[in-house]
Design a protein around this ligand. Structure first.
Ligand code: ZN
Length: 315
């Protein structure tokens, strides 16, 4: 059992979280550092390697030497472990993360897209356990996705599958960071909900002046719960766009479920009614009835668990 201890890491644009993960998925000695990519690639890389070594040292201290390391990164990951198109960690673009970490640490390393890791974590121990096939969706600064089909992660031909945030909902809509226009991300991510709220607010004389100071989707959610109709509508509109896309996904794949995580999922109750209505209106009856839409269960642990699971399968 001891030799099956691995490290799971969730590398984000802002924070890097990691832990030792035991053979039964138990999380031990969780640690966090700031990713600090703004300080330059060399500083970032030295900190990341130190972080990994410190977790390996923790394993030694506990008598459970680390056999491998799985790491989820916010970008497309090619099959050889090279990072491609990482908008929030652009310095990693084209970097052979797997082989470089293996050379530094001397243990097996597996690199995976961060939301794919979250999907695996939720499948293993979270809200996806009940589903054979489901879509993991994260709603935060952006909209991410990962597909579990027949209990296996679906990578796609190039490891780029699952990008649900870049399905178009408004053909002539807002330009998106991916180069397209009107992507779901532009209507359902936290900043998009904030933008929609201020547009609705500025058109209505009914909204209390204090709401003009709102600067985040969490504050929009608080206003919605205080009865502010513009705030409620901003979430309903996001739910509507997500539901339109999910109706198409349901018709295409006939999934058991959709698991929604990320910071915006804390406001699940504010967008689920309109989301559900769109699915039921647009998808085939059998398909819509099958599709359960639920909130993620594991929070920030999901990515750590999923990345750990992937490397464990290798060793
Ligand atoms: Zn896009």
């Amino acid at each position: 059992m001891k030799q099956q201890t691995v490290i799971g890491i969730d590398l984000g644009g802002t924070n890097c979280r990691g832990a030792l993960v035991g053979a039964n998925g138990e999380i031990v000695a969780p640690q966090r550092i700031e990713t600090a990519i703004a300080e330059g690639f060399d500083v970032f890389w030295a900190r990341l390697v130190d972080f990994c070594r410190s977790l390996m040292g923790e394993g030694e201290l506990r008598g459970c030497p680390v056999a491998g390391l799985g790491i989820g990164v916010p970008g497309l990951v090619a099959r050889d472990g090279t990072v491609r198109e990482a908008p929030n960690l652009a310095a990693l673009d084209g970097f052979a993360l797997t082989s470089r970490l293996e050379a530094e640490l001397g243990i097996a390393v597996r690199v995976v897209n961060d939301v794919n890791a979250i999907a695996l974590g939720e499948a293993q121990r979270g809200a996806g356990r009940a589903f054979g096939s489901f879509l993991m969706m994260t709603l935060g600064t952006g909209v991410g996705g990962g597909l579990i089909l027949a209990r296996q992660l679906w990578y796609g031909a190039d490891g780029a599958a699952g990008e649900i945030g870049h399905v178009v909902v408004r053909p002539g809509g807002y330009p998106c960071g991916c180069g397209s226009r009107g992507c779901l991300e532009q209507y359902a991510a936290g900043p998009s909900i904030l933008r929609a709220f201020h547009q609705l607010r500025s058109r209505s004389a009914m909204v209390a002046p204090r709401y003009a100071r709102i600067r985040s989707a969490e504050e929009v959610a608080a206003a919605a719960r205080q009865g502010c109709e513009a705030a409620q509508q901003a979430f309903a509109m996001a739910g509507c766009c997500i539901g339109q896309v999910l109706a198409g996904v349901a018709n295409l794949l006939n999934l058991d479920g959709v698991v929604i995580g990320g910071g915006v999922a804390d406001s699940f109750d504010l967008f689920i009614p309109s989301l559900r209505t769109e699915i039921d209106r647009r998808a085939f009856g059998v398909t819509a009835q099958r599709l359960q839409v639920v909130k993620a269960a594991l929070g920030s642990q999901a990515g750590i668990l999923g990345a750990a699971q992937l490397v464990r399968e290798m060793i």
